[in-house]
Design a protein around this ligand. Structure first.
Ligand code: F7E
Length: 351
């Protein structure tokens, strides 16, 4: 256990990865500071189980208001806390939405990284920085993709992520910051946002079974992705910052499946016939799609000694069980069983 260490989990502490990372770091004894955006509705449901009364001196999770579009505030927070580690997970992270709001996406997802790096540089010291880079950056480069694969991004989101990646590298080379890029392929969980395709599908199944939803509208069923289980990926993030040197690493499962396969597995696990419920709606097609994205994780296996335990079909079951439970239904339970077998003492709250 590491005591008295601080980790700023920047930006998306309220998101899927931020909430798991907060679980993980707190289980390691870290004091965690997260930046949250002001909203008129509560947006902290994923971290409520970690949050205590801020008047209590022993509370090890602190939240600060801030926004990646506001460099001064980011700089103040970093200056005042002086963290040991910064995990930069904040972004406008929805690829399809980035076609609708490209300027906002570039401001937050691209320039946001620069704002954090500049603040770190200004503060000085030996902070370590993790940049949430994305497999989307590979775009139409043929699979499998590794650290040497050229970026051929296909969306404002992916282009913004390439900027962030290059900046993280630039600050490492120019100013010797400990700055690492984790190039993560898709990673999912019951905490995944409801508009990403996996969660949209598993939630729809629970909605159909509980008569709250009739049909599921989707876009490109032929898209192929490398889907892993999110808690395992935040461990890889942390491991990257414990290395002797900063690195850029690809993190994924090495196995790709189509959206259609995800649909088929999800519906059949829940005892439904997908052809009765799934319809295609062109609004979910993107103006440009990536090619097949599949990770070549040889470098991560060697350097990090990291390899994922949860495979595609298991991920489906874990997500369906959780969504059925949330809908007040009794799940088949195979997902729960997989979790019990593979993770004896999970450090995260199992949903
Ligand atoms: O789409 C297809 C869609 O939105 C996956 C983000 O975390 O991972 C994520 O980006 C695939 C695409 O994730 C629907 O066309 C079909 O090919 O779940 P997604 P994403 O775009 O791969 C990367 C690594 C990130 O960095 C991102 O931040 O599914 N698809 N029908 C659909 N996608 C959505 N969302 N909705 C549909 O109805």
């Amino acid at each position: 256990m590491v005591d008295n260490r601080e980790g700023v989990n920047h930006g998306h502490i309220t998101g899927q990865d931020g909430s798991y990372l907060a679980d993980f770091l707190m289980s390691k004894g870290y004091e965690v500071h997260g930046i949250i955006r002001r909203a008129s509705t509560f947006n902290t449901s994923r971290i409520d189980h970690l949050y205590g009364d801020p008047h209590d001196q022993k509370v090890r999770l602190r939240l600060h208001y801030g926004d990646l579009s506001d460099g001064e505030q980011i700089s103040n927070v970093i200056y005042n806390i002086g963290p040991d580690e910064i995990y930069h997970l904040g972004a406008q992270s929805h690829v399809n939405v980035s076609f609708e709001i490209p300027e906002y996406t570039a401001n937050v997802t691209a320039i946001g990284v620069l704002r954090v790096l500049q603040s770190m540089r200004g503060k000085g010291g030996s902070m370590r920085f993790y940049q949430a880079s994305s497999s989307e950056m590979f775009g139409v480069s043929p699979p499998p993709q590794n650290e040497e694969t050229p970026f051929r991004p296909r969306s404002p989101y992916a282009i913004s992520k390439v900027f962030g990646y290059e900046m993280a590298k630039h600050y490492r080379e120019a100013y010797h910051l400990f700055s690492s890029n984790g190039i993560l392929f898709n990673h999912e969980s019951p905490r995944r946002g409801e508009t990403f395709v996996t969660r949209k599908i598993t939630r729809a199944v629970a909605g159909i079974l509980s008569s709250r939803q009739k049909l599921l509208y989707l876009g490109n069923l032929d898209a192929k992705r490398d889907w892993g289980y999110a808690p395992e990926y935040v461990e890889a993030m942390w491991k990257m910052l414990q290395l002797g040197e900063p690195v850029d690493l690809v993190v994924g499962t090495g196995e790709a499946h189509t959206v259609r396969e995800f649909v088929e597995r999800t519906f059949s696990y829940a005892g439904l016939e997908h052809t009765d419920y799934v319809k295609i709606d062109s609004r979910y097609f993107r103006p440009t799609e990536t090619g097949e994205l599949v990770a070549d994780t040889s470098k991560a296996k060697k350097i990090l000694k990291w390899s994922p335990k949860v495979r595609f079909e298991e991920l489906v079951k874990i997500m369906v069980d959780a969504d059925m439970r949330k809908a007040g239904l009794q799940p088949p339970g195979e997902g729960d069983e997989i979790l019990r077998k593979k993770f004896v003492n999970p450090w995260w709250r199992v949903d």
